[in-house]
Design a protein around this ligand. Structure first.
Ligand code: SAH
Ligand code: SF4
Ligand code: F3S
Length: 464
């Protein structure tokens, strides 16, 4: 492998895939590949795919078609080009991908990314390289640490995978099959990775896991640590101003984690807690293993611990057997909780999952109509949440240029994007912003403290 090879990774799906794409870049940087922003000049294109809904999975094949055209053009110019498929479609379909799209040279599942260099060697010899094993070794310890260059270009926020996989087996979901059994990384490795991120300018870390609050890794004291314990440890890291975690399951929302929202200033007042449905009948059929009342009880306990917390959620409409009455229970739950943000989806039958085989599939038109009604209620709640921020002064972490000249966009503690006219030097800094206006998806404000001569090092940074 020469040092001049270029790598392009296109990421679909969830934040875990975003994190994994970064780690694949690290693995391949150590092998002389340099990341590029355009597939046209890439010697290796990796599609990091998502299998969660049918549409997501189908996207992959149209994308392979596009990359194939690029490959043909490049190869006509004498530039060999390799195409790899990674992620959850790779895991779910394996060999089938190269059968359906013979232009694909390698297929690698999420648990085998540390083996990428070997797979590339194999593909370079002209063999199809497919690895969808769940190897016993820990891939994280076998992958190099994030390269300094990549972390620097990532700015002030970063993801850190603490847990992967899922043992919950919700009847609609492919994740337990594509990501495998739940596994937690040891706290020592996580503290070290977090420190490295902070050394390189990261101020806010989001801990990731398919079931992040099921975290049960080996602690620094050799005992098993919960997510709450891990969060307490991470807040000891100087310069790490903000922590978040996602995605949680209601079953694992234990008292310690709720208390962490009361006790840790650096833990941001935001909780993504998917519920999927407000109907007990649907929750049972989905195998969510909790009721609507337990969910509502968690919400009230977390609000007691942290009254200003922003709640976000995921919803599925049109699960098999869902009646109008079940759906109205969902609307009612949404109104009761008052979500700051949410994702909502039409149920999509996934091969190999129990729900796909159930009776009572809901017609597409009904799903569409329910989704529209649900989204109207959610949008209303979101706008109201944003309007409630007007008049407050919030610490904002500025992370990217705004649409207008002189404007930056930052993250409020509630994750609502904030637009403000601020000096470009404030990128990566946390500063107080007085919120003056609210829109559907963001709010606007102005600096609450005069900062004409401020630099990112001298800005006042009020902890929450
Ligand atoms: N681990 C998380 C979510 C993982 S998938 C959890 O337990 O909630 C992200 C979201 O996709 C889910 O919350 C669900 O709302 C949605 N989803 C998963 N499978 C789906 C399917 N078959 N059809 C439609 N939406 C689905
Ligand atoms: Fe899927 Fe359920 Fe696991 Fe979430 S908890 S990843 S929805 S099986
Ligand atoms: Fe998709 Fe896999 Fe994430 S199916 S949502 S990329 S865990």
């Amino acid at each position: 492998m020469t040092a001049s090879k270029k790598l392009f990774v296109r990421t679909f799906g969830c934040q875990m895939n975003v994190y994994d794409s970064g780690r694949m870049i690290d693995v391949l940087s150590a092998r002389g590949y340099e990341p590029t922003e355009t597939p046209e000049d890439a010697d290796l294109v990796i599609l990091n795919t998502c299998h969660i809904r049918e549409k997501a999975a189908e996207k992959v094949f149209s994308e392979i078609g596009r990359i194939r055209a690029l490959k043909d053009e490049r190869e006509a110019r004498g530039q060999p080009t390799m195409i790899g498929v990674a992620g959850c479609v790779a895991q779910a379909e394996g060999e089938e991908i190269v059968r359906r799209a013979p232009v694909v040279d390698l297929v690698v599942g999420p648990q085998a990314y540390h083996r990428l260099p070997d797979l590339i060697d194999k593909a370079a010899r002209g063999e199809k390289a497919v690895d969808t094993d769940f190897p016993p070794e820990d891939k994280f310890t076998r992958m190099p640490a994030a390269s300094e260059k990549r972390v620097r270009s990532g700015g002030a926020t970063a993801f850190l995978a603490v847990q992967e996989g899922c043992d919950k087996f919700c009847t609609f979901c492919v994740v337990p099959y594509t990501r495998g059994a739940e596994a937690s990384r040891p706290a020592g490795a996580l503290v070290e990775e977090a420190r490295r991120l902070v050394d390189r300018g990261v101020r806010e870390i989001t801990l990731l896991g398919q079931n992040v609050n099921a975290y049960h890794g080996e602690g620094l004291d050799g005992r098993e640590w919960s997510l709450a314990r891990l969060l307490f440890e991470l807040t000891e890291i100087e310069g790490l101003d903000r922590l978040r975690y996602t995605t949680s399951h209601p079953r694992d929302m234990d008292d310690d984690l709720i208390a962490a929202h009361r006790d840790l200033d650096r833990l941001m007042p935001y909780l993504h807690l998917p519920v999927q449905s407000g109907s007990d009948r649907m929750l049972a059929a989905m195998n969510r293993r909790h009721t609507r009342d337990t969910y509502l009880d968690i919400i009230s306990r977390i609000r007691e611990a942290r009254p200003d917390i922003a709640i976000s959620g995921d919803f599925i409409v049109g699960f098999p057997g869902e009646t109008e009455a079940d759906f109205e229970d969902t609307l009612d739950l949404v109104r009761r909780v008052g979500y700051a943000h949410a994702f909502s989806f039409k149920y999509s039958p996934r091969p190999g999952t129990p729900a796909a085989e159930m009776d009572g599939h809901v017609p597409e038109a009904v799903k569409t109509e329910r989704l529209q009604r649900l989204q109207a209620v959610l949008a209303d709640g979101q706008r109201r949440f944003n309007e409630g921020l007007v008049g407050m002064t919030l610490p904002v972490l500025f992370e990217k240029p705004g649409r207008r000249e002189g404007q930056l966009i930052g993250r409020s503690p509630y994750l609502v994007p904030v637009h403000a006219e601020v000096p470009a030097a404030m990128m990566g800094a946390i500063t107080e912003v007085a919120i003056e206006s609210a829109g559907q998806n963001s709010v606007g404000g102005r600096l609450a403290v005069p900062t004409l001569h401020a630099t990112s090092a001298t800005l006042a940074e009020a902890p929450l």
